[in-house]
Each structure stands twice: as structure tokens, then as C-alpha cells.
Write a protein that binds this ligand. Sequence first.
Ligand SMILES: Nc1ncnc2c1ncn2[C@@H]1O[C@H](COP(=O)(O)OP(=O)(O)O)[C@@H](O)[C@H]1O
Ligand SMILES: [Mg+2]
Length: 663
Amino acid sequence: MSEAPRSPLITLNAVEGQTPKAVAAVKPQLQAPAPAGPEGRSRLPQPQTRLPMPSTHLPLPTRNGASKRKQDFTPDVQQTVGGKKRKADAMRGAPPPKMPNIVRRTASATTRPGTRTAATAKPAVGRPPAASRAGASRGAAAAKTAAVSKAGGMTRSNSGSTIPKGAPVKKRPAWDLKGRIEDMEKTMRSMQSEKEAITQQKEEITQHSDNIQQDLLTLQRENTTLRQRVNEAEVTLRDLQSKNRNMEDDLERVNRQKKAVERERDDLESDLQTSRKECQGLKGTIAQQAAAQEGIKAELQLRNSQIETTNIALQAEKGAVASLQAELAEARDKIAALDRQLQQAETDRRVLHNTIQELKGNIRVFARLRPLLSPDGNAANDGLDDIPHFDWHDGNILELDRAMDGDPNETMSGFKRTESQKIEFSFDRVFAPSSSQGEVFEEISQLVQSALDGYKVCIFAYGQTGSGKTHTMEGNLEQGPEQRGMIPRAVEQVFRTAERLRGKGWEYKISASFLEIYNESLRDLLDSKSDKKMDIKMKDNRGSKDNKTNDVHVTNQVVVDVNSEDEVYPLLKKANKHRAVAATKCNDRSSRSHSVFQLRIKGQNSLTSESCAGMLNLVDLAGSEQVKKSGSQGKQLQEAQSINKSLSNLSLVITALSNKVGC
Ligand SMILES: Nc1ncnc2c1ncn2[C@@H]1O[C@H](COP(=O)(O)OP(=O)(O)O)[C@@H](O)[C@H]1O
Ligand SMILES: [Mg+2]
């Protein structure tokens, strides 16, 4: 046959789980040797150079990409190489290749049928595959036959000659030299022919060895190429693996995004559900509102018709309003005229009031009888007015029964009693023991009004200790409003009247001060500093138009502006507190000192431009005692002397005032 020697079939054995690097495990499989040509020369199989190339269409990166590639790669190679080759041979009708008839005792001796040789990329032609081993065995058998024929063809005689094996051994007699020479010549020819055969075989083997060398070089080159391809494939593989990882990362990220989007979608769906429910609710509300709107519309129409009716009535009323406005203007004029008359009347009232007060007497004296007190200090509940030695008539006469008070034979002055034992005292008003604080203040209030009208009013409480002076002037604020004395009631009236007169244009500024006179020295009860220097001064008003109103004032005195009665009560409490502190130093000081509560009242009328400056003095005098009777000594005597001195001077002043002296 003219066909070129075939290359050995190279199989790429890829083991499951290994990379395609297993392509390095190339196991050359020698095909059965081609039958000897007509020349009788054996043909050695040549390495197949058409190796399968790794598919350039690499599989898409998947999780099992590596194994997929292996599966794709190895079987393809086997099928492509083996299958195609055999198919081509069958097409050509070529007989199966046969092993060359090479006698290799070493190979046949070391290689047993069925033994696998670890093959590398280097083709191992010395050991044919199992398929070709039969041929090789046959070759070996042929060689063996040749050796046997050689051994059988010639047997060495004891004499050293060689006798062909199988030939009838016929021992030539020693003398048959010719026969023996003939045998030797036969042997020589046989060996000659054997030598030629061996020489020929040697040439064939040499030739075969060259071919093998050639094949080896070819295989090495192919191996190098394959290695390069493998390297390139590895690079591509790494690249693809990196891409695969990137894609896996991308996939993971996309999955996370997908989950987030799914969560968002779920939230949105729940929101949508909620919104739908709200929408349903709103729809219901809208329906209700629409129904209500219809009702409102109907009501609106009704109201509109009512408005129209009212408008008609309004038009009729407008005429009436115009006439009423004219009447109103007329009434306003009348009111203004009446206001003017009222203002004039107020002015007249003031004048008349104070004229009456003057007529009543600028100096008035009231007597208040204190009820008898029970041993616990409280007034007896019944029989208040039952005081044996006092009697009162017509509200202003107080009758004292001398016989019932002290020595009936001795007068109050200590003289011998010669006349009637009853004596009458005349007062502007006598208050019975049962009379209340309110009844007493009823008389006082007219004087308080005079202070608001710009007069200087002074109210003294005079009497011996325990007669009820402090009770009358201050009262007891804690026992209820009924027990309030003259000072709180006067304050209340001042502010109430000032508020009432505000409507008539009067604006009042009121200030308060509280003094104590003890042993002829002054003390400010609204100031905690007890050692403050204070003096009584008279303001010289001789240069002024009204030089009759010489003003007596106390220097360095605390004067507090007050706007309501509520601002005055704390001042009264403060004064009582300071008096109580002083009382610890001097026994019963409150009854041994004079206290003077002063309200300065300044009024301004913006309508009539009138003004006034009044003053209200409420004085709780010290107890008046007879030094002789009380038996005072030392400090108490000095106190009593100071008290009596001041009371005596006061009586002189009052007498002078009553006589209009110096006024
Ligand atoms: N009109 C009165 N009704 C009831 N109790 C009175 C009356 N006057 C005074 N008292 C009581 O008599 C006591 C002495 O009165 P007080 O005002 O302290 O006397 P004075 O200040 O003159 O020394 C007090 O307990 C007081 O409550
Ligand atoms: Mg008192």
C-alpha cells in the first residue's frame, strides 16, 4: 500500500475532578501494525499529528463550569481522535495496521500482555498496546521460529561441527572426510543465508529507529504546542474564573437588590392595602359628606329665603333705625347735659357734705362701751349691754352711776360726794357694748369721705388700757370680715369710693405710712430698721397762696404707694409684726405707745380740672392711766409721764381746734 505510515493514536486521559491539564497524560496507542508491504517491510505507526484542539467555544461560566469543561474536553478528544481515525481507515478500506515484524527479545521478555505502561507525552513505541500485542507476539513467535529453525537446523557436534536440526543425524565415519566437508559447506551456506537475513533485519530496524526518532521529534513539537495551548487555556480559564467570580458577585449583589426590592414591594403592597382601606373609608365619608351637603344645601336655600325675608324686614327697620339714631343723638346730648349736671352735683355734694360735717362739728367725740369680758378674755354672749354703773340715752348721753364705780362717797376727782350720785356725759354718739364694728364705722365713714374730698381727717381712739381702742381701730382680721376695725374698713371705703369716682373723672393716688410714738420718740413700723432717726417737721408754706395749710410731716419715713386694699393689709401685718418684736423688749409696749396709720389721698379730675389732697389719720393712742392709781414706778412711771404729757398736749390741741384758735 502507498499509504503513509500512521501516527500512533494519542488519547488524552482526563481523570474526573482534574483540570484539563491532564492532557499531559498522553498515552500513545500503537495501532495494529500495517501488513507488510509487497517488499515485506514492516510499517511502523507514526504519531498522529492531528490532535484535537480545545473548543474555543468555552462553556458559559456556571457554578459547575470547571467540571463542565472537563466533560466537554476529554470525551471530545477521544471521540474525535479515535473515532474519526478509524472511520477514515474504514472509508479507505485500509486493513488494520499491524505491528512490524521486529524481533525484540527484550521487549517480549519484559512486556506481558495486559500490562499497562505509564505513558508520558514521549511516545513509547517499545511497548505496543494490547490490541497490537497479538501481532507483536506473532512477530516474536516468528523470530522464535527462526531461532528454533536455526537451533533445529544446526546441531553442534561434539567435534564442534554444526549439523542442521531435523536432518537425519548420520554419523560419518572418521574417514569420510568428504562427507564431513560437505556437511560443513552446507552449514556454511545456511549460516551465510542467516547472516544475510540478519543484516537485512538490522537495516530494517535501523530504518525503523530513524522513523521513531522522527516521530519522537514530531511528538515533542506537538507536545510543546499543546503545552502552550494548555497554558493559554489556563490563562483563559483563570480569566474566566475571575469573570465568573465577578459575575457571581454581581449575581449576589443583584440578588440582594432583588430581595431589597422585594421587601420594598411588600411594604408598598401593605401600604397600598392600607391606602385602599383608607380610600374605602374616605369614600364612605365622602358619601356621608355628600348626603350632609345635600341637607346643608336644602338648609341654605331655606336660610336664603329667610334672609330675603329678613332683608325686606331690615329695609323696613332701617327707617326705624334712622329715627332711633336721631333719638339716640338727642339722648346723648341729654346724657352729656346730665353728666355736666352730675359733675356739678358732685361738686355741690362735696361742698354740702363737708358743710354738713362742719355743721356737725369738725371735732366729734364718740363713746364706745366695751362689753364686760368673761375671765377667758372674750365678751359675754348674753347681756352685753348690761353694765351696772353705765346707762345711755337717746344715743348720745352716757350716764355714769358713781355709787357703782369705786367709792360712792368720793367723786372721780377724789372730792367728797355731796350731790346726786349720777353724772351725765354728752357725746356726738354713744355706742352700746353690743354695737358692732360696722355700726361704729357708719359714723366714721362720713369722715373718710371728707378725706377723699380733700380734707384732713384725724380719728383718735382714746381710753385706758383694755378699754377697746386697738379692737376698735384695727379689729381682728382673722376672725372674719365682721370683726375688721376702723383702719381696714376705712381703707376699703377709700379705694371703693376712688373707683366709683373714676367714672366721674377722678383719679386718685393713695400712699400709706405707719408710725409709732413711744416715750416721745418716733419709730417707723413699715421699716425693720429700729434705730432710724426721724423728726416731726412743719413744712413752711407761708410763701404759697394757701399759707393756712402748713403741712406737718415726719422726715425719713417710709411711704408706700398703694393701688388697692389688698396692698394695704400686708402693711398692717408688717406693722403689727414690728410692734410685737418691740414688745418683747418692753412689756405691753403696744398699750404704752401711740400708733399712727396715715393715708395720703391725692385726687385729680380730668373732666373738671379739680384737684384735692386729703389725709386720713387713724390713731390708736396709748392707754391713759392715773399714775397715782396704777402705782407705776421707774420706767413705767416715765412711760406714764410721757403718755400723759402727750395726751395733755393733744387735749390742748383739740381744745384749740374746737375754739378755732390758730386755724
Ligand atoms: N367692743 C368689744 N367687743 C368685744 N371685745 C372687746 C371689745 N372691745 C375690746 N374688746 C376686748 O377687750 C380686750 C382689750 O381690748 P384692747 O383693744 O386690746 O384694749 P386697748 O387697746 O384699749 O388696750 C381685747 O381682748 C378685746 O378683744
Ligand atoms: Mg391697745
